[in-house]
Design a protein around this ligand. Sequence first.
Ligand code: MG
Length: 369
Amino acid sequence: MIIHIDMDAFFASIEQAINPRLIGKPLVVGSRGSKMHTVVCAASYAAKRLGIHSGMSSRDAFKICPNLEFVRADQSKYIWTSSQIFKLLENFNLPLNYASIDEFQLDLPDSQNPVSLGKEIKQQIYSNFKITASVGIAKTWLLAKLASKIDKPDGLTLINDDNFKEILSKTALNKLCGMGGKNGQILMDQGLKTCWDLYLKLPGFFDNCGKFRETSGNSDEAIQKPKSMSHSYTLPMAQINPQVIFAWIRVLSEMVSGRLRQDNLVSATVHLWLNGPQIGNFGAQKTYLEATSDGYQIYLRTLKIMEKSRLKSPRIRAIGVTCSSLSQPSYNPLFSEEIRREELIKALDRINGKFGESTIFPAITILTR
Ligand SMILES: [Mg+2]
């Protein structure tokens, strides 16, 4: 049996757990700080009941509820909580899958009682984090995921042979994972309204779509992947102009990030190395909760390292940027700004791949030419 765990209104619930004043109130988490000019990326259940939902403009949300509570999204908090929940689930010693930042799946042998384990998981999550999860249990992850949505929030639903027909008959087809968009619409236009209609048409669909794919314990991958990636450059003469030094750091950050993206890796640790007549060899690094393969982020992180080290207008002769703590990206971008940013980077990679390196380049790097 597959146990699918879906956190309820995850970001909003975390904010409420941290600030109990917000508990029970209509609350939205906005992807940006200016509350009238952003997109709702999570809504509490009190807000959902008023018709507010993620993806909506915050202006529309405030029209529905002028007293709405607003919190700016803080990704690191959500990623940290998600990783802690993952760790908690690892303790059950079952094949475990990270489905998304707020969804997890366990594969349970037939010998164990899935309902009592589901209850145990819900209870442990609540007692550790003061947030609730909805649990769905079924033969495949597709059905288990569907089951987790049936009794939200704080629900637990088992789909078995006894209630399979009953549940599928009353569940609209577009509630099924992957059927929310065009695919679902095409089938609905053909007269398939419920999940049961789909089952009658394609009986094998629910068995074949939904085989468990474990993502934890991928130690072979960890052994093979590189430990770090770096680029360095020695200037023709010691340079004192900070703008030119920054420009070179940006170039090196972009080069490293390009290699990270090529290998589908992200990096959490940035290391900056500088060499100059007064400072000799300087090196410092910082590790962040959010791993990245965005050259601009890597650049900003190296600048922070420089700022902290208070190197007073040093003469710099050589520069190196290294990215380590490499991993495969575990999340798709969460917020609309991030999705746009990721698409922009992909488009730039495609253009530079086709027409040559640095066909399009960050403006600051012109100082290195
Ligand atoms: Mg959720």
